[in-house]
Design a binder for this molecule. Structure first.
Ligand code: BGC
Length: 777
């Protein structure tokens, strides 16, 4: 476990340089603004081990699939968000010696991520040579207010000597992805311009032909006065630089400001990119560093006012939850419906930055409760726009008549995952996409969405379920065969309870809304029928038949829902009996042994109970939780959070807290030893949900907001800000009181521990102790 980060409420601090953990720290200290992201690589040259990573949302490469044995239906490529041209580069040579942290003696080193204000800072003092001490500090941010701008303040101060400092300020498109399948570089240069003090480099991606133009300007300041210098120009393919030198006397500080604008053909005509970059750089330089930083901080202030969680009495938990909220907001800002959320955000290459069911099942519920409705709506529109491709995807697998199978992994709507058990079998993702529509509408009240977009998607997905289910003579029931549920430690199973449940739910939800539309908006209904060619009578009869007669595996003796048919044929023994040296099993056991075992990678039946919790009584939830939790190994980062929420729901607060800790500090403490690959953005949403839905008991049921709060005994109090139907409110929970404050003008109707209240604009409500005790028993 990594323990090199200091605990602080708002900061992540790395004291001393740990070269062996550099890749981990580069992930942890990543910055982003939804439009682009940057791992915490050093600006200056570094000859040690690091993983360079700059990413631009939506700019990807379809890397040709590499599999051992090709199967019909496999996608041609695996999409990769590209490692984009390097914008941060500033190489430094002091009195002829290259500044390279791998080579010099380091007196002190601090890397700080300021989550409140959204910037990365690094300060270090080194012996550059023979006792000459140099202090360096760099601060950089990707502006939340002006998302195309990246800004760096890089300062050097010789402490006990006179220095001649040479700066090489550069942009570099000669970059590569570490995860390339065939060792290719994915960028070609389009053109470049470089003169004294400014340069623009345009590169394009192979195959996808995204054009990206990066421009830089800079300013060197000594004693608050801009320095003049003579510049040498370096002008190589895919690389442009200015080299210049300046002198600094003992204790004199030289500060370099580097302004970069990044524009892509996603947002502008290719031919306009250079002029847009120039305009944006004029704007950046005229605004100046201080103003840009101020506006950036201001945006972060707004984000925090909608989503902060304050935990009193547990600094470790406090730091962790803010880290999670911070990274989620760095990854997605909801301004562009073409973008989505990769499981690693902008912090690494793993999972290719592509879209998974993670978005709908985990991240959407976070944004639904913390951001304006447009943010979540854009996530839904993203899938709406991919409907046609998902119909094509289903057709490739043999489905017809407008059946839609959304991809398990995608960048542009096409499937790009190529493990058969996931690509072809993990069809539950279709259910999550349908459920997201329901979840969006119940949180926002935006019922128009259903008629305008939602129903088309629901029809496509329902048609898929309707064709995917088959009739079993033996059971006298409909069955869904050959699937993989959320628990990927089982493949090709029949009747995964969660999949069958969400399939049937989709059919009912689609029917209910079609009937409603038919009755209330006959004109729209007619248009929809025309567009989708729905044979309402026949298709809906089939759906009704499936709803009535679906098979759900259940064990009468234990009274639990079975993950799949035959689950109890397995030898059931708690995961605690697995020798610790054999954990995680995915690193120690053969795949075959894992598949035969009863061990569960991530919530499966329990994921279903989480989604459809309001249909089940506490006893049922508890029985299933007690059966499945002991055999769950939580080897996916998406597991512990769901278990934690359910543990809170059944009143097992200690278990809920134990599981919460596992999710919240997963990356900061590097539980799974894989932070070097990037952060677990999806599970970060899960940790937030474990507080707000878990401990806070926040639910939206029948159009009403509910809170059923608990508090872990380790905490003196906690509070969270959240939104419901456009109303921002704060909930503070202590062992003796629930305090709800309406932070908006509109009045808020809610139920706390099942008792209804109305809270007028800006008013607060205090509910004293007996209620909390009653709930937590
Ligand atoms: C999980 C999937 C998830 C994927 C990306 C896998 O380990 O099992 O449910 O979609 O990671 O986060």
């Amino acid at each position: 476990m990594n323990s090199c980060y200091k605990k602080d409420e708002w900061l992540i601090i790395e004291e001393d340089f740990h070269p062996e953990l550099n890749r981990e720290s580069e992930s942890i200290f990543s910055i982003g603004n939804g439009y682009m992201g940057q791992r915490a690589n050093f600006e200056e040259y570094y000859s040690g081990d690091f993983h360079r990573g700059s990413y631009i949302a939506g700019v990807y490469y379809p890397d040709k699939t590499r599999v051992g044995w090709w199967k019909n239906g496999y996608p041609e490529y695996f999409a990769k968000v590209l490692n984009a041209p390097n914008w941060i580069g500033i190489d430094i040579v002091v009195n002829g010696i290259q500044l390279d942290l791998a080579k010099v003696k380091i007196h002190s080193f601090r890397r700080i991520l300021n989550m409140k204000e959204g910037f990365l800072e690094r300060k270090f003092r080194i012996d550059i040579s023979g006792g000459r001490t140099l202090s360096v500090s760099s601060k950089r941010f990707l502006s939340m207010a002006e998302p195309d701008l990246g800004i760096i303040r890089y300062s050097l101060k010789p402490e006990n000597f006179k220095a001649s400092i040479q700066f090489t300020v550069y942009l570099d498109a000669d970059v590569r992805n570490e995860d390339t399948n065939y060792g290719k570089k994915f960028w070609k240069e389009v053109n470049h311009e470089i003169v004294d003090g400014k340069g623009i480099l345009t590169a394009r991606t192979m195959k996808t032909d995204f054009h990206v133009a990066l421009g830089m300007r800079y300013l060197l300041v000594k004693n608050n006065t801009p320095e003049n210098f003579i510049t040498e120009i370096i002008d190589k393919p895919k690389y442009i630089a200015n080299i210049f030198s300046a002198e600094a006397h003992e204790r004199e500080e030289l500060v370099l400001y580097k302004y970069v604008s990044v524009q892509s053909s996603l947002n502008h005509d290719k031919k306009d990119l250079t002029s847009v970059v120039n305009q944006r750089l004029d704007f950046a330089v005229n605004s100046g560093y201080d103003k840009l930083l101020k506006d950036h901080k201001n945006e972060w202030g707004k984000i925090w006012s909608g989503s902060d969680v304050i935990i009193d009495g547990d600094i470790s938990a406090q730091q962790a939850i803010r880290f999670n909220i911070f990274q989620l907001n760095q990854t997605y800002t909801g301004k562009d419906e073409r973008l989505n959320i990769g499981p690693k955000g902008f912090t690494g290459e793993k999972y290719g930055g592509s879209t998974y069911w993670d978005t709908e099942a985990f991240v959407l519920p976070f944004f639904l409760k913390t951001a304006s409705r447009e943010v979540a709506r854009n996530l839904l529109i993203y899938r709406y726009k991919h409907l046609e491709k998902s119909i094509e995807n289903a057709a490739k697998l043999g489905f017809k008549n407008g059946a839609a199978l959304y991809p398990m992994v995608t960048m542009n709507g096409e499937e790009c995952h190529n493990e058969w058990e996931i690509t072809f079998e993990e069809i539950h993702r279709n259910g999550a996409i349908a459920f997201a529509i329901f979840n969006y509408i119940r949180h926002t009240g935006d019922t128009e969405y259903m008629n305008d977009f939602g129903l088309e998607v629901l029809i496509g997905i329902s048609r898929f379920w309707s064709q995917r289910a088959t009739y079993s003579q033996d059971k006298g029931k409909y069955v869904i065969l050959g699937v993989t549920g959320p628990n990927e430690y089982e493949n090709n199973v029949n009747n995964n309870w969660y999949t069958n449940t969400i399939a049937v739910w989709t059919l009912s939800y689609a029917l209910e809304n079609l009937e409603l539309m038919k009755k209330e908006y006959p004109g729209k209904f007619k248009d929809l029928i025309g567009k989708t060619k729905l044979d309402f009578t026949n298709e809906s009869n089939r759906w009704k038949e499936l709803i009535k007669n679906m098979h759900f595996p259940y064990d009468k003796e234990t009274n639990v829902f079975l993950q799949q048919d035959g689950f109890l044929d397995k030898e059931i023994a708690p995961a605690s009996t697995i020798p610790p040296l054999e954990r995680p099993i995915n690193q120690h056991w053969s795949w075959d042994r894992i598949l035969r075992s009863c061990y569960i990678k991530q919530a499966d039946v329990l994921h279903g109970l989480y989604v459809f919790e309001d249909r089940f009584d506490t006893e049922t939830l508890k029985r299933n939780f007690d059966f499945y939790e002991p055999i769950t190994v939580h080897e996916s980062s998406l597991s512990a959070c769901i278990h934690s929420i359910l543990a809170s729901r059944i009143g097992n607060i200690n278990k809920a807290y134990e599981l919460y800790l596992r999710t919240a500090r997963l990356d900061l403490d590097d539980y799974n030893n894989e932070v070097d690959d990037g952060l677990h953005i999806t599970s970060m949403a899960g940790s937030w949900l474990a507080i707000v839905e878990g401990f806070g008991g926040m639910r939206v049921l029948n159009g009403k907001l509910h809170l059923n709060p608990l508090i872990p005994e380790q905490w003196k109090s906690y509070s969270f800000n959240a939104r419901f139907r456009g109303i921002l409110f704060e909930v503070k929970i202590t062992p003796k009181e629930v305090l709800v404050r309406n932070l908006s003008e509109k009045s808020l109707q809610l139920a706390v521990c099942k008792k209804a209240y109305e809270l007028n604009g800006y008013k607060k409500l205090s509910i004293k102790n007996q209620v909390i005790k009653k709930i937590s028993q």
